[in-house]
Design a protein around this ligand. Structure first.
Ligand SMILES: [Zn+2]
Ligand SMILES: [Zn+2]
Length: 169
């Protein structure tokens, strides 16, 4: 996703983009496969002060997951925001992680890599369709959110389990 610097005017520029996920190379990470079937909406604010550009990006998409417990598919909003400073001058007053140096003759900035990285940062570690998800029966595999089964639910108090293993020693 590129921003043409030549077209920006001094002060605040507000831009919106619809980004196709295939343009962000998510496929390089196998763990993100299938996670982004939907377009990513980007609201971008660029404050231009001569040859300095303060860029603020807000991203929203609907991510597609498989529940870790019941394996059902579900969709959930995913949001990410980040800020960068682009400048043709020295980096002195900016923190390294948000500063980007611009060559004198550069006319556009490409935000694709930063967008990809910031989206990857906010993907939750666990994908659970809802807090109360009961998951699958470990014995017969039915989805316990949808039906119940007659499997013996062995309910052994974990403290007794520990005692048992101790006794074996
Ligand atoms: Zn679930
Ligand atoms: Zn069962």
């Amino acid at each position: 996703m590129k921003i043409n610097l030549v077209k920006l005017h001094e002060g605040l520029n507000e831009l919106t983009f619809q980004i196709k996920p295939e343009n962000l190379d998510f496929d390089e990470q196998p763990e993100t496969l299938g996670l982004f079937p939907n377009e990513i909406h980007a609201d971008v604010e660029v404050q231009k002060f001569s040859d300095k550009f303060f860029v603020k990006v807000a991203l929203v998409t609907i991510a597609h997951y498989y529940c870790d417990r019941c394996l059902d598919e579900f969709d959930r909003n995913l949001e990410a925001t980040f800020q960068l400073v682009y400048s043709k001058h020295s980096r002195d007053q900016f923190a390294d992680d948000e500063y980007r140096f611009l060559e004198e003759d550069e006319t556009e900035i490409d935000l694709s890599a930063d967008i990809r990285e910031n989206i990857l940062l906010v993907i939750p570690m666990k994908h659970i369709c809802r807090e109360s998800c009961k998951g699958l029966c470990p014995q017969c595999g039915v989805n316990l959110n949808e039906e119940s089964c007659n499997c013996q639910q062995e309910t052994i108090d974990p403290r007794w389990e520990i005692l048992k293993t101790l006794q074996k020693k």
